[in-house]
Ligand binder design. Structure first.
Ligand code: AP5
Length: 236
């Protein structure tokens, strides 16, 4: 039965029961797709970017350390990120799987995650690689606006809200991320190429990688992602 067009409350409950990783450059659509998929399987959506931004807005010690690094488009050191992630995936709500968005981002993070999953008896992760030409990313990033209240993601060019500056869901204020300013986009893309892109080969070697064409519409990308996940649901 094709359940992809059913309202979420009418769909039979499917289980994810594994870690799913969205891998791709800034603006490829990781957050947009990860939210949908996590809601579909009713598992936590774990965005290390959102977790770090929360630390920054609360002014925690971690947030104070991360803020200047994020503002210049570099990666936060592995030691800080790994502790934060380890603490999160040990919580009971992760026992039936979870969706990572923006993690792992270095080979060291991927190796650490592999060990953690083994220790906690989880299956091997499934990695969705969002493939996109870098020339499309500037428009996606500089056009992005996010709802301050619910986190819904818009794009002033591609997915504008019905009322300018206001979220369609709850009327919340739409804001631009400081690192989406044009001058920060290039360093973020360089950090991706240097530190994160090697994960494509790493996960391909392990046979865990699924390429998805991320230049297509949000809906079409979502369909491809779901197909990849469903084709591998039973695999160890
Ligand atoms: P993070 O928050 O993870 O940002 P990122 O990886 O740069 O990715 P983005 O959130 O910018 O893009 P996305 O792929 O999620 O795209 P989205 O769906 O929003 O990280 C921020 C910073 O935190 C890092 O720079 C680093 O400093 C630090 N950090 C985080 N994790 C870390 C880690 N593990 N280790 C070290 N440091 C870490 O979409 C973008 C726009 O495009 C939106 O407007 C959307 O509406 C639009 N869009 C999406 N899909 C489509 C489509 N198919 N067609 C048209 N438009 C689309």
């Amino acid at each position: 039965m094709d359940t992809s067009r059913m309202a979420p409350e009418k769909r039979p409950q499917e289980e994810l029961n594994r870690a799913l990783i969205f891998l791709g450059p800034p603006g490829a659509g990781k957050g947009t797709q990860a939210k949908e998929l996590a809601a579909r399987y009713r598992v936590p959506h774990l965005s290390t970017g959102d977790m770090l931004r929360e630390h920054v807005s609360k002014g925690t010690a971690l947030g104070k350390e991360a803020k200047p690094i994020m503002e210049r488009g570099d990666l936060v050191p592995d030691s800080l990120v790994l502790k934060m992630v380890a603490e999160r995936i040990e919580r009971p709500d992760c026992s039936h799987g979870f969706v990572f968005d923006g993690f792992p981002r270095t080979v060291a993070q991927a190796q650490y995650l592999g060990e953690m999953l083994k220790q906690h008896g989880h299956r091997r992760p499934l990695v969705i690689h969002l493939v996109i030409d870098p020339s499309l990313l500037l428009r996606r990033l500089t056009g992005r606006r996010t709802c301050k209240a619910c986190g819904e993601i818009y794009n002033v060019y591609e997915r504008p809200p019905k009322v300018e500056g206001r979220c369609d869901n709850d009327g919340g204020e739409l804001v631009q991320r400081p690192d989406d300013r044009e001058e920060v986009v290039a360093p973020r893309l360089q950090a991706y190429e240097k530190q994160t892109a090697p994960l494509v080969a790493y996960y391909r070697r392990l046979g865990l990688l699924h390429d998805v064409d991320a230049a297509k519409s949000v809906e079409e990308v979502g369909r491809q992602v779901l197909q990849s996940v469903q084709s591998k649901r039973g695999a160890r």
